[in-house]
Each structure stands twice: as C-alpha cells, then as structure tokens.
Design a binder for this molecule. Structure first.
Ligand code: NDP
Ligand code: 2IT
Length: 446
C-alpha cells in the first residue's frame, strides 16, 4: 500500500472503529487502488481519496408501523447516498434484521465501483432497514413499506436516487414501495427498479444478477483455458441471485449439486431440480430443507457453511457477506475447485479471497461479477425515460455485452497495474475507481 492510501485507511479505521464490514471493504479497495496514485499525483493534491471514501449523505429515520395484533412496531430506516459523480445514486434496499450502518456503508462503497464498471451513468447508494419480512403477512409487509416510503420519498427521484431490490426486497416489496411513492408525489416515474412488468418493470431484471454472474464467469474461465460445460457447481443461497445463477449455469452445461439458506444446505448428486426450488422459495416462501422431503435421493444438512465441503469445480456464493471464510476456502481448494464467482456482495472474507488468489483459483469479485443486476436496473431506467419496452432477448443481449465489457476492463486493469494478470480483484477496483476519480476531478472540489 502506498503512503496516501495507508493514511486515508488509518483515518477511516480511527473514525469508524466499530464498522467491521465497512472497514473490510475499504481495506480491500485501498489495497487494490494504491498503484494508481503513483501515476496520478494530482489526486492526492486534490484530496480525492478523502472525498471518495466519505458518503455524500446518509439519512436515518424512524419507521413506525402496526402489526396484525394491532401492536405498534418501530424499525430503523437508512439510505446511504455514497457518490453521485457519474450519475444519480443507484443501489438496492436490504430488509434483514442484521442491517446496520456498517453493512449499508460497505454495500454503498462497493456499489459506487460496481456501477462505474457497468459503463452506465449511475452513481452509488444503498439503503434498507432492520425489518425482517420473514414470517410477516402481506399486510404487515405493506404497512412497513408504506411507512418506510413516507420518509424516503423526499430523498429520492428518477434523476436523484433510484433504489431497487436486495436481500429481503423482491417484487412484492418494490410494488408496495412504488405505490406509496406515486400516491405521495403524484409522479409516475422510474424512481425504483425491479418493478412488476405491468407498471414499468424491465423484462430480464429478475434473472439479470444470476445470469450476469454466469456470463462473467464464462468469460473468465474461457480466457484461462477452462470451461463450464461438464463442471460440477455449488451455489450458496436460494434467493433471487442463487436461483437464476443456477438456471443459467445449468443451461451452459454445468451441473449444480448443492444450494442453501441460512439454516442449512441440500445436496443432490443428480443435479438440483430448479423447478422444485422455485416452488419452495418463490411461491411458498418456504425453507430449503423441504427440498429433501420432496426429491428422493437428495440430502439436507443443518448449518449453511458446510456447503463449501461439497466437492465442486466452480463455487458461486450467492447468499450474503462473509459466508465463505478461510476454512471454506481451504476445503474448496483441497477439493480441486478451479473458479469462484461471487454473486453476493463480499461473500468471501479477506482471508478466503487471498487464499484463492494464492492458490491460482480464478476469482470473480462481486462488484464485477454481480453487476448485471444493477446494469439491467439502469436499462429499466432507460426504458422508463423513453416510455417504451424492450423484449427479453434485447435486454439479455445488452446484459451479455455489458458483462463481457466488465470482464475485459477488469482483465486490462489487472494487466496494467497488478503483479498478477488474473487478479480481477485489483482489476475491478482499479477500473471502477478510475472513471469515478476522473469525473470527480472534472467536477472540482465538491
Ligand atoms: P434474497 O433475499 O432473494 O435471498 C437471500 C439468500 O441468502 C437466501 O437464501 C437467504 O437465506 C440467504 N441469506 C441471507 N442472509 C443470510 C445470512 N445472514 N446467512 C446465511 N444466508 C443468508 O436476496 P438476493 O438473492 O437478492 O441477494 C443475495 C446476495 O446477492 C446479497 O449479497 C445481495 O446483496 C447480492 N446482490 C443482489 C442483487 C439483486 O439484484 N438482487 C444484485 C447484486 C448483488 P434465508 O432465507 O435463510 O435468509
Ligand atoms: O447489490 C446490488 O447491485 C443490488 N442489490 C442491485 C441494485 C440495483 O439498483 O438494481
């Protein structure tokens, strides 16, 4: 690390000592982008990094709502508007009991670089709440979403900040949020993405993150003389990203043998039957455990981390941050895994990432590999502005092109700046950073 990045990181550690996820993301980013400052001394003179690490604005607010027993409940709402140098803030809303400022700042920071990598005009932001949609009735989820939007609406807008889905926020939640925004403001505008197809949503947005991940991984393995066809795959999680990663990688000729949720994982040597998973998770909102009861020959194991002990060629962590630690990484390496593609945001710990890089495992970092979701959100924004609709194939073709472009940018930056041409962590961080840095320099000290 050079002196400038080191000083800025030490400052961040001193001021945000309790924010472990945020500091983890910041450490990786600072480490990667250090070589840039030797070529650009003007960045330090202009305090660029000090500005880059600090979110432009954070809003925190009370979210009161009434449950089905008539009892008042209160959650905490957040929106981190991290960086608007290259476009309006853009990024998802996470609804999960673990949500706090550290998690949303790490996600917002990653989002700035991810959105830059897409090549589309979107800045970075993230938000959410510690509300837990699990086990709540539709009416309770609606009451929460309406209350959340009653405060959030004044901070967002189609050209200001455009939230979307993330963990716990899917089509149902986006619908309730959109209805309330429209009711308060009277505006029919593309203020949220991931909308339903009857009111402005884009075809292929549901599939985009998982499909995009597979397009990136295909580019990466083929550039290194390997292939997906015939490979055995492990996909963690069983939510939106995991389901569509499974769908696409299977279409590409891979065989997915394990999936999970926060309680445990299923193993099916014959290949996971995705229609059964979709029925359990998308229709019934049930637990992955139920798969084993429905599919003879499959197994369920308690504890989600055990999934990394399943022998595979390619691992796709698609659940949540830090789900794949050093022990998991060691098990994957020992079993001959040759590629890891991060569908989730920061699913690998720093130790796990370093272990993969050291052992020559091809590693696709989340901010590059899962950027297909937000890229397709930006395509939804374009369609909303133009007031027209593209076909599934049109959107999917654009997504494919964007993911290939991201892979090429990561590979080129890794080659130019890194000591390892296949270090796509360095490549993604540098390529993402350079565009934002240039835009910030051009816009002066703001
Ligand atoms: P979903 O809510 O649809 O699914 C989340 C999945 O992850 C579920 O299987 C869930 O299991 C599991 N999970 C969540 N929290 C934990 C936890 N603390 N420990 C273990 N497992 C957990 O979310 P998505 O599929 O949308 O998101 C998954 C990841 O992908 C997240 O990191 C998200 O930030 C990232 N991402 C999502 C994008 C999108 O377009 N949706 C775009 C880019 C990245 P359970 O049901 O037991 O909670
Ligand atoms: O992490 C992410 O990129 C997302 N949750 C998707 C954000 C978006 O605006 O579509």
């Amino acid at each position: 690390m050079n002196q400038y990045t080191n000083r800025v990181l030490e400052g961040l550690k001193a001021r945000n000592a309790h924010e472990s996820e945020y500091l983890q993301a910041a450490t990786e980013i600072m480490d990667s982008i250090a070589p840039v400052f030797d070529k650009h001394p003007e960045y330090e003179k202009n305090g660029l990094l000090e500005r880059f690490v600090e979110p432009e604005r954070i809003v925190m607010f009370r979210v009161p709502w009434v449950d089905d027993e008539g009892k008042a409940q209160v959650n905490r709402g957040f929106r981190v508007q991290y960086n608007s140098a290259i476009g309006p803030y853009k990024g998802g809303l996470r609804l999960h009991p673990s949500v706090n400022l550290s998690i949303l700042k790490f996600l917002g920071f990653e989002q700035v670089l991810k959105n830059s990598l897409t090549g589309l005009p979107i800045g970075g932001g993230k938000g959410g709440s510690d509300f837990d949609p699990k086990g709540k009735s539709d009416r309770e989820v609606m009451a929460f979403c309406q209350s959340f939007m009653t405060e959030l609406y004044r901070h967002i807008g189609a050209d200001v900040d455009v939230p979307a889905g993330d963990i716990g926020t899917g089509a149902r939640e986006i619908g309730y949020l959109y209805g309330q925004y429209k009711r308060i403001t009277g505006l029919y505008e593309g203020v949220l993405t991931g909308k339903g197809l009857t009111y402005g949503g884009s075809l292929a947005r549901t599939q985009a993150t998982g499909y995009g991940l597979c397009y990136f991984v295909k580019n990466m393995v083929e550039a290194n003389g390997k292939k997906i066809e015939g490979a055995t795959i492990v996909v963690s999680g069983s939510g939106n990203v995991a389901i569509y990663a499974n769908e696409k990688i299977s279409q590409m000729g891979g065989k997915v043998v394990a999936m999970s949720d926060s309680n445990g994982y299923i193993y099916d040597a014959n290949g996971i039957k995705l229609d059964v998973v979709k029925q359990i998770k998308e229709v019934e909102r049930g637990r992955i455990k139920e798969y084993a009861a429905r599919v003879p020959g499959s197994e369920y194991h308690e504890g989600c981390k055990g999934i990394w002990t399943v022998k595979c060629d390619i691992a796709l962590p698609c659940a949540t941050q830090n789900e794949l630690d050093e022990a998991g990484a060691k098990a994957l390496v020992a079993n001959g895994c040759f590629a890891v593609g991060e569908g989730a945001n920061m699913p690998s710990t720093l130790e796990a990432t370093n272990l993969f890089l050291k052992n020559g495992v091809l590693f696709a970092p989340g901010k590059a590999a899962n950027a297909g979701g937000v890229a397709t959100s930006a395509l939804e924004m374009s369609q909303n502005s133009m007031r027209l609709h593209w076909t599934f194939d049109e959107v999917d073709e654009k997504l494919k092109g964007i993911m290939t472009g991201i892979f090429e940018k990561c590979a080129a930056a890794a080659k130019e700046y890194g000591d390892q041409p296949t270090n796509y962590v360095v490549g993604a961080n540098i390529a993402g950073f350079l565009k934002v840095a240039e835009a910030m320099m051009a816009q002066g000290n703001v």
